[in-house]
Design a protein around this ligand. Structure first.
Ligand code: F3S
Length: 285
């Protein structure tokens, strides 16, 4: 069986940057840093940062105790939390991905100019909650055009997307808004890393017999990769580590495609590939 990696996969620029920032924040032995919310959506990498760099993960700013530094996660936090944090006197290190800061700034600027904000995204996702908090006007968060159907819309809206969403679905929302609202300002805030990883999965899944997507099960961009793969290759599996691989999946398969979400560490990917090679030797030789 040929094991083939997607042309683009794994850590994106924003995650690499956040991890570097967290590692550099480690400081001396007795001083700890804490991230507000999970720095990235990958529990294995979060544990590595805790064990090797004394970077704790807190649920919210109320859990801060004697930490010296607070690190803002890649998905950002709400404007209110950021302002509260700054009043505590703790050193604030911002690891928000610049691709997330962008929609935050757009929401603030456009709402100040009188536009209501439409966000294509998941209202429960921390990135979306953060972006919403920057708007000074009502915000409509939707996952489909159907959800907009009942919404009372003004004559001016600005539409943005959660960074990890699919462009085709974003365009459906935009088209729907164009038909209902006089002035629609469109900002494509889907990040390129996501698009490149998605494009590469599409290419690989269309020729593979089996696809393995590696990443956190709570990671939105990993789930997107999995859905794209599954659409083109019915034998597609989403796993967090090599321990979840099942040799049955690979029997008589010729090409096994592998990809990983934007917050999946390279060492996790390499462990999966090693295990796939072992399985191949046992099953297919
Ligand atoms: Fe940033 Fe895009 Fe990664 S938003 S955290 S570069 S997936």
């Amino acid at each position: 069986m040929k094991i083939e990696l997607a042309k683009n996969y794994g850590f994106c620029f924003g995650v690499k940057r956040a991890i570097k920032i967290a590692e550099n924040s480690a400081g001396s032995k007795d001083s700890t840093s804490a991230t507000i919310g999970e720095l990235i959506h990958n529990s294995l990498e979060i544990n590595r940062l805790k064990d090797n760099f004394r970077v704790k993960t807190l649920k919210n700013i109320n859990e801060l105790t004697d930490e010296k530094r607070a690190i803002i996660r890649t998905h950002g936090i709400t404007k209110g939390d950021l302002e509260r944090l700054k009043t505590t006197g703790i050193e604030v290190i911002d690891a928000t991905c610049p691709f997330v800061t962008k929609p935050q700034n757009i929401a603030e600027k456009m709402s100040n100019e009188g536009y209501e904000i439409v966000i294509f995204g998941d209202i429960n996702h921390p990135e979306v909650r953060g972006v919403m908090s920057y708007s000074t006007k009502p915000v409509h968060v939707v996952l489909s055009q159907e959800e907009l159907a009942g919404a009372k819309l003004p004559q001016k809206v600005a539409v943005i997307s959660q960074t990890t969403k699919k462009i085709e679905e974003f365009m459906t929302i935009v088209t729907h808004l164009m038909q209902r609202v006089k002035e629609v300002r469109v900002f494509n805030t889907i990040c390129n890393a996501t698009l490149e990883n998605q494009e590469a999965v599409r290419e690989l899944a269309s020729k593979a017999d089996v696809m393995v997507i590696i990443g956190g099960k709570n990671s939105s961009n990993t789930k997107q990769l999995y859905l794209i793969a599954k659409n083109l290759c019915k034998d597609s599996y989403l796993i967090e580590s090599q321990n979840e691989l099942n040799s049955e999946w690979f029997k008589d398969k010729k090409i096994c495609g592998v990809s990983a979400g934007a917050s999946t560490p390279e060492w996790v990917i390499q462990n999966v590939i090693k295990e796939l090679e072992n399985i191949d030797k046992i099953c297919n030789s």
